[in-house]
Design a protein around this ligand. Structure first.
Ligand code: ADP
Ligand code: MG
Length: 323
């Protein structure tokens, strides 16, 4: 089973950002309204996630570290129908297999919790502790027992960049959750959790930029789209600054990204990209999902219509504004 976990770990845990992704998604699934992320050295020495979610009792914790022990019963195809982000029950055992992991958790407010230490996937210590509702997971020395993987890591700055990108996106997808991201003691991101996307954008890109963004909302029988567009005079954006969410889930989609850029067509200088958040809501039956542990591929059965709708909406929203 150790071997199986290490193999699965190779697919689930590609780099520190994958650990952050899986742990934060678990915190979101647990109904947290506050999620604090502490990172050291690009995540290679330390990743710590603390949440105020539903926590786990003794039985839950022990199960959580077995493969395919998920409390969330659904299949890949149902991804866009369901409310939770996790579904495979692979993340915790995979992360534990390639790190030194500590978990503190409690399912209630009686002040009693549990602490477990795992090393390379095995429980090495377990004790009752004083802890209040929520969960804290600390991952140290990622890939300490898989040197080949460790060697493949890029610079700390690159790894931190992946983590920051991901946390930015989650905070845009979940404006109701207050996120904090700290790297080597320095505050990278803090969102209010007040439900306002514009405030999240302010926290990420600066409040003056956020105030200046153009909002849009458009709906037809198949799609509802909404979001915010930066004005074309913003110079520091790149393709990464376009974030697309489908029924609340972050996706990467080349053609949709291009549709947004096309909507800017007459306004955008060459080699510039807008800062954009696009939220698409549609019937899950119009989405075709191909799930691989490390990525999510999405196809739309009315893709051409959707692309045109997005491009036109972006174009109109920008042209209604006078610059
Ligand atoms: P999945 O998310 O696919 O169910 P994971 O390996 O990520 O699988 O997590 C296993 C289980 O551990 C989850 O189904 C959940 O019950 C529990 N769990 C993990 N993280 C948390 C958390 N932060 N708060 C509460 N429960 C959690
Ligand atoms: Mg999960």
């Amino acid at each position: 089973d150790h071997i199986a976990n290490q193999i699965a770990a190779g697919e689930v845990v590609e780099r520190p950002a994958s650990v952050v992704k899986e742990l934060v998604e678990n915190s979101i699934d647990a109904g947290s309204t506050k999620i604090e992320i502490q990172i050291e050295d690009g995540g290679l020495s330390l990743i710590q996630i603390r949440d105020n979610g539903e926590g786990m009792d003794e039985e839950d914790v022990e199960k959580a570290f077995y493969r395919h022990a998920t409390s969330k019963l659904q299949r890949g195809n149902d991804l866009f129908r369901i409310k939770t982000l996790g579904f495979r029950g692979e993340a915790l055992p995979s992360i534990a297999a390639v790190s030194r992991l500590k978990i503190k958790t409690s399912p209630n407010h009686d002040g009693k919790g549990l602490e477990l230490h795992l090393q390379g996937g095995s429980v090495v210590n377990k004790q009752e502790i004083a802890y209040t509702k929520g969960t804290e997971i600390t991952v140290r020395d990622l890939f300490f027992n898989t040197p080949a993987r460790l060697k493949y890591m890029k610079s700390l700055q690159t790894e931190l960049g992946h983590i920051t990108d991901y946390v930015n996106r989650l905070s845009l997808a979940y404006p109701m959750i207050a996120f904090t991201l700290i790297h080597n003691g320095r505050l990278i991101l803090r969102t209010a959790g007040d439900g306002q996307i514009r405030h999240v954008i302010g926290a990420i890109y600066g409040t003056s930029l956020a105030k200046n963004m153009v909002s849009f909302l458009n709906e037809n029988t198949d799609f509802k789209i909404s979001g915010l567009l930066s004005k074309p005079d913003i110079t520091r954006a790149n393709k990464n600054h376009i974030s697309i969410f489908v029924n609340g889930r972050y996706i990467k989609h080349f053609a949709l990204t291009q549709a947004i850029i096309d909507g800017y067509k007459t306004l955008l200088m060459v080699h510039r990209y807008p800062i954009t958040t696009l939220h698409i809501e549609l019937d899950p039956s119009l989405i075709d999902v191909n799930v691989h542990p490390a990525k999510l591929e999405v196809r739309f059965s009315k893709e051409q219509e959707l692309l045109k709708f997005v491009e036109t909406t972006v174009y109109q929203a920008l042209h209604q504004e006078s610059f």
